[in-house]
Design a protein around this ligand. Structure first.
Ligand code: ZN
Length: 413
């Protein structure tokens, strides 16, 4: 297949499998201006699939950056009326949301992190229908990568721009399993392979997981009563199966908000809101991040923790084998969508309602009572290495190895 044919297949995959778009359903598409040719292909595929409407919100990081640099702080403390109407309205009408991501990882360097924090908080308050629609399983949504020149040059330094973009597209297509003869079937098979491990983990219903690694990680995280492991896709409340992330390699749940003890060390640099956090650690007591350090970007790390009280607690525990294709590619994408599928990770901030029994029917208060973390933020950080061990601890104290040397072992292998 030519690159153009592969891109067409990828566009069809994002619409048909990622969003599971139904005839008559609206598609709300967000796309970088640099990726306009691909976004137009996505729109064509959406109409071909019978979309009720297709709306594109073009995203330009350059002018977005200018706004962050020049607008008064008040511009980030509330969301403009038009944007609220766009996003909340689409959510209320049952739209599918497709986010194409291709930002320059360094494109927001030097901007006061307090501005991002204010914007995150305002967005969640003012676009509540939009976020609730996705968080509570009412709307389907999918995030997929698109190659842009700035991102490609960051991932593949030392080659010309055109070659870098081609290499990044190839990496996007192969890690998203979009380069085979029948990507939709490949995704059905990929999804099935998740289900066996998810069932095993759910049947075990561990009380806690213990992480140890020669890099200094020595950490135990408590599981919720009634916690649910998920991955390989998600279902809406009305039973539509969709894929929030393409690629996806992780099996995840939300831990007990107040049960994390010990220290975790990062395994990969974290790109957070346009800047890097590198070589960092976080220490937890009673589920709360009480201390942290970083060789690069300590102020950014602290700004995550300071988003709100929930920013200091964990919302996600995710298992990704070191043998995963993204890890094996050896490519650092500087993008959470890819890098989080390269390594076991944790997330600071918001937990997932679908990860506790009955959670999709609960409001925030009920979720909090079930020890699911509530926050305006959710930031993944990678802790999985080739030497990580994870052990499941049952309520009776018995131990089951889950990961050794970075990969599934025993009955989980
Ligand atoms: Zn994750």
């Amino acid at each position: 297949m030519s690159l153009k044919e592969q891109l067409r297949a990828y566009a069809r995959l994002l619409v048909g499998t990622g969003c599971a778009l139904k005839p008559g359903q609206e598609l709300q598409l967000t796309a970088p201006v640099e990726a306009a040719p691909f976004a137009r292909m996505v729109a064509e595929e959406a109409w071909a699939a019978g979309a009720g409407d297709v709306t594109v919100e073009w995203d330009d990081q350059f002018t977005g950056r200018l706004r962050y640099l020049n607008a008064p702080m008040s511009a980030f403390e509330s969301v403009p009326e038009w944007k609220r109407a766009l996003l909340n309205g689409a959510a209320q009408r049952g739209a599918a949301f497709l986010f194409l991501e291709g930002d320059d990882p360094d494109g927001m360097a030097g901007i006061d992190p307090a501005r991002f924090t204010a914007w995150t908080r305002a967005s969640h308050r003012d676009c509540k229908s939009f976020y609730d629609g996705m968080d509570l399983g009412r709307n389907v949504w999918c995030i997929g990568g698109v190659a842009t020149p700035a991102w490609a040059k960051k991932v593949f330094p030392g080659v010309g721009e055109e070659e870098a973009v081609e290499k990044l597209w190839a990496a996007i297509l192969s890690t998203a399993r979009a380069d085979g003869a029948d990507p939709a079937q490949d995704w059905a098979d990929h999804s099935d392979t998740f289900q066996r491990r998810i069932k095993l983990l759910n049947d075990k219903a561990f009380d806690a997981l213990r992480y140890t690694d020669p890099n200094g990680t020595d950490f135990t995280v408590g599981m919720n009563p009634g916690h649910i492991w998920a991955g390989g896709g998600a279902a809406t409340v009305d039973g539509t199966w969709f894929f929030p992330n393409m690629p996806t390699e992780e099996i995840f749940t939300s831990p007990h908000r107040d049960r994390a003890e010990g220290i975790v060390h990062s395994a990969l640099p974290l790109n957070y809101q346009g800047g890097m956090i590198e070589d960092f650690w976080i220490r937890f007591e009673n589920g709360r991040a009480v201390d942290c350090g970083a060789k690069v970007g300590l102020d950014r790390l602290q700004s995550i923790l300071d988003t709100d009280e929930g920013g200091r607690h964990l919302g996600e525990v995710a298992l990704v084998p070191h043998a995963s294709p993204i890890a094996q590619s050896g490519i650092l994408f500087y993008s959470t969508l890819y890098d989080e599928n390269a390594a076991c990770h944790l997330a600071l901030g918001k937990g997932f309602p679908e990860c506790v029994t009955g959670g999709l029917e609960m409001d925030e208060k009920a979720l909090a009572e079930h020890h699911i973390n509530i926050s305006a933020t959710h930031v993944d950080f990678m802790i999985g290495t080739a030497t990580l061990s994870i052990t499941g601890i049952a309520a009776d104290g018995s131990e089951t190895p889950i990961f050794r040397n970075g990969n599934w072992v025993g009955e989980f292998a």
